[in-house]
Design a protein around this ligand. Structure first.
Ligand SMILES: Cc1cc2nc3c(=O)[nH]c(=O)nc-3n(C[C@H](O)[C@H](O)[C@H](O)COP(=O)(O)OP(=O)(O)OC[C@H]3O[C@@H](n4cnc5c(N)ncnc54)[C@H](O)[C@@H]3O)c2cc1C
Length: 440
């Protein structure tokens, strides 16, 4: 994927395209004029769920995608379905940020969200390689042990089905070295995210959503009846519009693009591990993510490939740098791996969108024109469940005040956005150093 043009419709190098079990269906490009109750821009997890749930509630929906379904972050993420906020963000911190009522509702959405994703996959018989065998947040340092203990205590007090794990428990469950303890929630798990998104597109189109691929929205004009959404010389007249372009928002909508920093991440997959290693490493197919800024996470895919990654260091050979880091990290986590076990078969990159407070928001762009972005690294759960809620709002099934994220009424750019966007691509060595010093 080029940094200049982030939309890569071939999903080059993405392991999920070759382990895919859901069929690929292509959709036509928009041609001429259409009318709809609702236009959704962006066919990732968020846009697909908005479209699906609005159509289920009776709206006539058009979904416009610049490339192809799920060629953004949704088809290229790690597939960790995590019932928790990003990093060490606690439910009380969320309440402090977005207020008590919305904070509680968002915590509930996140806590039940991983399970809801698995239930939706089942309901639509999506071949998404879904495995609900739990998620662990282990501590790689004394500093992170304190943070995750606080997170665990809050979810426990909330009534969540969470358990604390000793260092020995973590070592046994993960087959990993060096962790000081951790906590687990059994409702988490893993998916093939590309398969899930393709299945959602199938479900949405069965509910009557008209999906158009290779149809980038390049202008949205407010009208008395709603809006005219343009893609080249074609257009859709609609009563409502929701933009769900997350880290891929181009400069056609600077007020959305600059409301979150697009962070460039990579993932890599090893060749399938041998039988002996599979008896030791993630033997029950659970997944884990720690608090290392330079990436400390692991899962297996259907064939036993180990998947790891981090932020892209955008100087020189991005791929070589990323693979060297992933190899080093995996061998540190799993000393039983040899150099040959960490030969990578796949390397790929993608953008996620990170807001100042690590939480997504809805922005009002017009009377009936909204955007929803900022899913950080929790989109498998949060982008899908918030997408469902926004779809219900678009269909009049819930009030805007019942969408449990901040409503931004005015333009609110991330401060120093151009600088932060550039710096984000150079930060990886700093993250590695902080992790190495035990500061994270
Ligand atoms: C490498 C990587 C690993 C990650 N790992 C995880 C993980 O394991 N677990 C997790 O929960 N989250 C993870 N995330 C985050 C997660 O993938 C995202 O939060 C989530 O996919 C966001 O979904 P979305 O629908 O909002 O955006 P996207 O999936 O990015 O979709 C946006 C879509 O908008 C389209 N678009 C852009 N401009 C236009 C336009 N003008 N008109 C029409 N369409 C347009 C794009 O082509 C794209 O398809 C990861 C992200 C990355 C990049």
């Amino acid at each position: 994927m080029s940094m200049a043009s982030p939309i890569d419709s071939d999903l080059n190098g993405v392991v999920w395209t070759r382990t895919l079990k859901e069929p690929i269906k292509r959709y036509p490009a928009l041609a001429g004029e259409e009318t709809a109750d609702l236009v959704v821009a962006g066919a990732g997890f968020c846009g697909l769920n908005i479209a699906l749930h609005a159509a289920k509630a009776g709206l006539n929906v058009v979904l416009l995608e610049a490339g192809v379904v799920a060629n953004g972050a949704s088809g290229r993420n790690g597939g960790y379905n995590v019932p928790h906020f990003p990093g060490a963000v606690t439910p009380s911190a969320v309440e402090a940020t977005i207020g008590r009522k919305k904070g509680k509702a968002l915590a509930e959405l996140v806590l039940g969200g991983a399970d809801a994703v698995f239930r939706q996959i089942e309901a639509y018989q999506i071949n998404g390689s879904a495995i609900q065998n739990g998620w662990v947040q282990p501590a790689h340092s004394e500093a992170s042990l304190k943070k995750i203990r606080a997170v665990y205590e809050e979810w426990k007090a909330w009534g969540a089905d969470v358990s604390w794990l000793s260092a020995a428990d973590v070592a046994d469950r993960l087959g990993a070295a060096g962790y000081l303890g951790g906590w687990t929630n059994p409702s988490g798990g893993t998916v093939n995210p590309y398969g899930v998104a393709l299945g959602l597109a199938r479900a949405a189109s069965q509910h009557g959503v008209r999906i158009f691929e290779r149809s980038p929205v390049d202008a949205i004009e407010e009208t008395a009846a709603g809006a005219v959404v343009r893609s080249g010389t074609s257009l859709v007249r609609a009563r409502k519009v929701v933009v769900a372009t997350n880290g891929y928002t181009g400069d056609f909508l600077p007020q959305v693009q600059r409301s979150a920093v697009p962070v460039f991440l990579y993932h890599a997959a090893t060749k399938p591990l041998g039988e002996r290693l599979r008896r030791e490493i993630l033997k029950t197919s659970l997944c884990f993510t720690d608090l290392r800024k330079s990436g400390g996470f692991g899962r297996l895919d259907d064939d036993g490939r180990l998947i790891s990654g981090g932020a892209v260091f955008a100087i020189g050979g991005r791929r070589a740098y990323g693979l060297a880091h992933a190899r080093k990290r995996l061998r540190q986590l799993f000393p039983q791996l040899s150099e040959a076990d960490t030969e990578f078969e796949d390397y790929w990159e993608g953008y996620c969108a990170i807001t100042d407070n690590y939480l997504p928001h809805v922005q009002r762009l017009g009377r009936e024109i909204f955007s929803v972005v900022g899913f950080s690294t929790r989109g498998v759960n949060l982008a899908q469940n918030l997408g469902r809620v926004v779809g219900e709002f678009a269909a009049g099934r819930r009030a805007l005040d019942d969408v449990p994220v901040q409503l931004v009424e005015e333009r609110r750019d991330v401060s120093f956005w151009p600088l932060k966007t550039r710096i984000a691509r150079l930060m990886f060595p700093v993250y590695q150093a902080k992790d190495g010093l035990g500061l994270t």
